[in-house]
Design a protein around this ligand. Structure first.
Ligand code: PLP
Length: 339
């Protein structure tokens, strides 16, 4: 569970609560710079987009650069399968060294208002950071009095098999963003901030939005949290998540596929490649498979810079039988592309 003693800032979307978190840490620290990771997705307003440097958000449209605000710097998110620094074993530490060097030699740590990170890099390819990375990032932040923000908009409320993904690494951030599954289809998001941060954000500096704390969203969230608790849905996500991973591992062997099965809990993905040696993304195969699967009633998305990572984030109530149905459709779609 999160153990932050502090206050909650309400929002109506994940993007909104990310923007409010960034405003909050800037007001609290009187510093300008926000650090986020390459290929993160923190939302779709100008502030969140500026913290989300991906090909889609920065590189495919000539207008994208207009949505990049000043005051954002970016660091690599460790990727053990395709390491930035070529060494999968030490990838986490090398990314931490990069960050530390950046705020020592290039910028001053005293200018950094906050670091925002996803516990699992979702749209970047469903990448789970190596052991020690997030704790190490938090440690560097603490050493430099930089607020540490964990964006749990996607991972929160059980999706990774814990109520919040940060529990996997026993993190205690200064601010946590929560959204999506919290209120299902109704708008309600939260930034849970430590007292130290929230007390320094004076009411006179707060500009709200008319739908902040949307009442129907609050009602939905209370009921959803009750159901998640009473029906032990987080334990269900952990159990079915392991089942999904095992089924995907078996599928890789049975169909002689090359690539990487990775994820946490129900946030599970398959990174398909042409060959394990080159790790060349099997983008067109994945595109065909997803279209075929959709025609048979299975809707799955693809993530990763090259669109070759098939990602599952099923609802918390999913059962093993539904995983079996989904995998049958997926396997049939893959086999069909080969016939
Ligand atoms: C980690 C993360 N943060 C923020 C957002 C933005 O949330 P919203 O779409 O509700 O604005 C998303 C959306 O996908 C997300 O995955």
């Amino acid at each position: 569970m999160i153990s932050i003693t502090g206050k909650i800032v309400f929002g109506f979307s994940g993007s909104d609560v990310v923007e409010k978190s960034i405003r909050l840490v800037r007001f609290a620290t009187h510093r300008p710079l926000i650090v986020s990771t390459y290929e993160a997705h923190h939302g779709a307003n100008a502030t969140a987009l500026s913290a989300s440097p991906t090909k889609k958000e920065m590189g495919t449209n000539v207008l994208s650069s207009f949505f990049q605000l000043p005051g954002f710097i970016h660091i690599p998110f460790p990727d053990p399968y395709r390491p930035w620094f070529g060494d999968r074993v030490n990838e986490g530490q090398q990314c931490l060294d990069f960050f530390e060097r950046l705020i020592t030699n290039v910028y001053s740590a005293g200018l950094v208002a906050g670091v925002i990170v996803e516990p699992v890099l979702s749209y970047g390819g469903n990448i789970v950071p190596p052991e020690g990375y997030l704790k190490g990032l938090q440690k560097i932040c603490r050493r430099n009095a930089i607020p540490f923000i964990v964006d749990e908009v996607l991972t929160g409320i059980g999706k990774t098999g814990k109520m919040f993904a940060l529990e996997h690494w026993r993190l205690d951030p200064d601010l946590v963003c929560i959204g999506k599954a919290l209120s299902g289809p109704l708008p309600l998001t939260l930034a849970v901030a430590s007292n130290q941060l929230s007390d320094s954000w004076e009411a006179k500096d707060y500009v709200g939005i008319s739908k902040d704390g949307y009442i129907l969203g609050c009602a939905a969230a209370i009921e959803i949290l009750r159901i998640v608790h009473d029906e032990e849905l987080v334990a269900n996500a952990a159990r079915v998540g392991i089942y999904l991973k095992n089924r995907l591992d078996d599928m890789m062997k049975d169909l002689k596929l090359e690539g990487d099965v990775r994820g946490l809990g129900l946030m599970m993905a398959v990174d398909l490649v042409g060959s394990e040696k080159t790790k060349e993304p099997a983008t067109s195969l994945v595109e065909k498979v997803i279209n075929l699967a959709r025609r048979s009633g299975l809707i799955i998305g693809r993530v990763g810079a090259k669109g070759n990572v098939i990602r599952f984030v099923p609802t918390l109530t999913v059962a093993e039988k539904e995983v079996d149905n989904a995998l049958e459709i997926l396997e049939a779609a893959i086999s069909k592309t080969r016939s």
